[in-house]
Write a protein of this length. Structure first.
Length: 398
């Protein structure tokens, strides 16, 4: 039996068990409902443009209405007006939610929580109207006043620490998806390995298969299921964004997409086998979560370094170091690469080191898996794993 054939058998077995499990069906259904809800609920809550209401003592001045309507049209909101007979009526309208802002003489009442930027727009419009009146009274012509109104402040250009915020968003998304996928799938991998060890299934498989075949098949099975669930979660969001013409999705060029997929695969391979090794160390399935805490802590640390250190200053010495270190590179290098400040040789070096470390994790996990099966009755100690005289990598075939 070839190595690939043996691994495929384990993969097929793992997929059947995962896809038939009640946990997979429940979790996938919940993900689908959450994803659909994330698309539908905001549309129901924010249906139509935002509406602000101005309450005045008597009808609002025509000049103020013209100014507010022009501002509302430019910002995509809607302005409505209500009339009250006195100051107390205006205050009451704002207090009871009938108006966003109330004007009574020289006093403006503002709703505490729902006013947004509307009070500033109203105040600015009133100042502009009064300024025009004063300038006209000082002898300026209508044309001169219009010239003063046409003066605009300097154009604001926002400068970010990165050259392309869209690519930076892609890099951040890669790290976030990998982070969530590892935290979710890693526990499943460690629990699956621990369950097979506790139930003696792994011993039966080792009679005809190599440890690497069993572990790679198990990890690929969980990764495939996680990919299915990720698609279930993301497809409704992507469809909803495309139907509404949403621009919250950053533009992604083909090279960036290929690089993102590469980093995701390398990062998942590296940490998934560390989770598998942790699951092989325990004697009881309930201890699997505790055994993989160091791996989880390493993933969290890498993610935090990416969103705090690398996003804040991609060119710093610490950012360069964590983007090259194999155990943090999958979570940090995509963010740093998206900043446009990474030399190609550093990218290739990071990829190479991570790939070699991933292969080393496969070997380490396979070795730990094989040797840990010989220790029962208690949690495996490190000195028991590396003691000489262990059984060979492959048991004799019958």
């Amino acid at each position: 039996m070839s190595w690939l054939h043996g691994m495929a058998l384990v993969l097929g077995r793992g997929l059947r068990e995962q896809l038939r499990s009640r946990t997979f069906k429940i979790v996938t259904a919940l993900m689908l409902l959450l994803s659909i809800g994330a698309v539908v609920v905001p549309k129901l809550v924010t249906a139509g443009p935002t509406t602000y209401t101005l309450a005045t003592v008597g009808p609002a001045p025509a000049a103020l209405i013209t100014s507010l309507d022009a501002a509302a049209k430019a910002t995509g909101v809607r302005t409505t007006y209500v009339v009250r007979t006195d100051d107390a009526g205006v205050r009451s309208a704002v207090q009871h939610g009938e108006a966003t802002v109330g004007l009574a003489g020289d006093r403006m009442y503002v709703a505490e929580r729902t006013a947004g930027a509307f009070p500033g727009v109203v105040a600015q419009s009133l100042v502009r109207i009064e300024t025009r009146r004063l300038l006209t009274s000082f002898g300026l012509t209508a044309g001169q006043v219009a010239q003063l109104d046409s003066v605009h402040p300097p154009e604001q250009v926002f400068v970010a620490p990165v050259q392309d915020t869209g690519r930076a968003g892609v890099g951040f998304a890669v790290g976030l998806v990998l982070y969530l996928a590892l935290l979710f799938s890693g526990q499943i991998i460690s629990t699956t390995v621990a369950t097979e060890k506790a139930s003696r299934i792994s011993e039966v498989l080792l009679a005809v298969l190599r440890p690497s075949q069993i572990l790679v098949g198990t990890v690929l099975a969980v990764a495939t299921v996680a990919t299915i669930q990720l698609l279930v979660l993301s497809v409704p969001l992507l469809v909803g964004a495309s139907m509404t013409g949403s621009t919250w999705l950053p533009a992604m060029a083909a090279p960036d997409l290929a690089l993102a997929i590469t980093w995701f695969i390398l990062g998942f391979m590296l940490f998934a086998f560390l989770y598998a090794a942790g699951g092989a160390l325990v004697d009881k399935v309930t201890e699997a979560g505790t055994a993989v805490l160091p791996v989880t802590a390493l993933i969290i640390a890498g993610y935090l370094l990416g969103v705090t250190v690398v996003m804040g200053n991609p060119g710093s010495t610490l950012s360069v170091a964590v983007s090259l270190f194999p155990l943090t590179a999958p979570l940090t290098m995509p963010i740093r690469w998206a900043s446009g400040e990474v030399p190609v040789y550093q990218l290739l070096l990071g990829l190479g080191l991570t790939a070699l470390t991933g292969l080393g994790c496969v070997w380490l996990a396979s070795t730990v898996y094989r040797r840990a099966l010989l220790v029962t009755g208690h949690r495996v100690r490190l000195r028991e794993l590396f003691r000489r005289g262990r059984t060979p990598d492959r048991r004799p075939r019958r």
